[in-house]
Design a protein around this ligand. Structure first.
Ligand code: ZN
Length: 403
């Protein structure tokens, strides 16, 4: 079965219906991809995740390398088996976390830069100062990759294109990302261009590494044949770099294409502009993933650019704060508010998930006020159910040429 199959092309835009076929099942696209960072979709059991209808979820390589470690995951038979995730999984390259770690200590400088945006001379210097090379946690950023100390146990961890591939093979997710440098925001043109070129070189190394593994197979990664590689488009907020990157990535022998380095602090308008800039350069015959974006309005707008899958932590993160997504009440309600204390209505009449059929707003309000663990589970279950229903509507609308 083909890895990706385009099933229908909207007559109105670049929006399309498709299917991604993996050894762990099929994903009907466009699809939302909830984030199970450390190999757990926080507060939910695998049984509940299945029941909600989640088709594809995301795991973070950096976090899994730090704990429990890729060797124990491999010995356990991969993360699917270890976490009882019997559905397709996507893993990132680790690049995003590795580089945001490098920048974490420089948040105050970023604030200063934003304040001084009008003073260009100072600004360029200060922007250069926050690149991360100076961070005490990161031992070395080079053309080869990144070396840094784990925040958890001080262990020296190395991320190179080859290491990222090796880690992802051991984790065993079906869809893998090539190692990339996610540019921060704001960043100078010069730095963004350098990071983009580095990302392109690293993509070639990832492709070569996978090819060598396929020929040799002697390394014995039992899951190898079932894993697919996505190249990542970078280029920050510079349209010409974005286009250059899209052309390069699409020209590589990759199974899919991802757009990275968006939603890192720039405005929504800017983010959409950058995705729009590469829309015409995205491959027709391969799946396209957008990293880190997943609000309702963004999804509606960006499926029109030909995006097939979206991962985002927001629906699950909001759930743990008591913010429930809603089809009716201006997209979300805060269940912590006193007005819900005696409200015996269901959470969302138009949702109809198990939570909405069974529990009242007053009960959820009570659970959150008492910080009861079940509250987080019910809210997460509901929010992901809303996302699944929402994506179902999107697919229906594409099929009717309404998007
Ligand atoms: Zn619900």
């Amino acid at each position: 079965m083909a890895f990706f199959k385009k099933k229908y092309q909207s007559k109105k835009s670049r929006a399309r219906l498709g299917e991604i076929n993996t050894a762990h099942g099929q994903v009907k696209t466009p699809a939302f991809v909830p984030v199970a960072t450390k190999g757990t979709l926080k507060t939910l059991t695998p049984k509940q995740i299945k029941e909600i209808g989640v088709q594809l979820s995301f795991v973070n390589t950096y976090h899994l390398v730090v704990s429990p470690g890729v060797d124990v995951i491999e010995k356990a038979g991969g993360i699917h088996k270890m976490a009882d995730f019997n559905w397709p999984l996507m893993s990132d390259s680790g690049g995003f976390q590795v580089f945001s770690l490098a920048r974490q200590n420089f948040k105050s400088q970023i604030t200063n830069i934003k304040k001084n945006l009008n003073n260009k001379n100072q600004d360029n210097q200060r922007r250069a100062d926050i690149r991360g090379e100076e961070s005490p946690l990161v031992k070395k950023i080079s053309e080869d990759g990144v070396k840094f100390r784990s925040l958890y146990d001080g262990r020296l961890i190395e991320f190179t294109p080859e290491k990222s591939m090796e880690y992802q093979m051991k984790i065993g997710a079906d869809l893998n990302m090539a190692f990339d440098e996610c540019t921060y925001y704001p960043a100078t043109y010069e730095y963004t261009e350098k990071a983009m070129e580095r990302t392109h070189n690293w993509l070639v190394r990832c492709v070569n590494y996978k090819r060598a593994q396929a020929i040799g197979k002697k390394q014995g990664y039992s899951f190898f044949n079932k894993q697919y590689l996505y190249g990542i488009i970078q280029g920050g907020t510079y349209t010409d770099l974005r286009k250059k990157s899209a052309e390069f990535v699409a020209s590589q022998p990759v199974d899919g294409v991802a757009i990275g380095g968006v939603s890192v602090g720039e405005t929504k308008k800017e983010m959409r502009k950058q995705v729009g800039a590469v829309a015409g350069l995205l491959p027709d015959d391969r799946p396209v993933h957008l990293l880190g974006v997943g609000q309702f309005d963004d999804i509606i707008d960006l499926v029109k650019c030909g995006i097939d899958t979206f991962d985002c932590v927001e629906p699950t993160r909001l759930a743990r704060m008591g913010i429930l997504l809603s089809f009716s009440d201006s997209n979300k309600i805060d269940i912590n508010k006193g007005i819900y204390k005696n409200n015996l209505e269901v959470v969302d009449k138009s949702c109809g998930c198990w939570v909405c059929q069974t529990f009242t707003k007053a009960y959820l309000h009570h659970l959150f006020k008492q910080k009861e663990i079940l509250g987080y589970t019910l809210a997460t279950y509901h929010n992901l159910s809303v996302m699944e229903k929402f994506m179902g509507h999107i697919r229906e609308m594409i099929g009717k040429d309404l998007i």
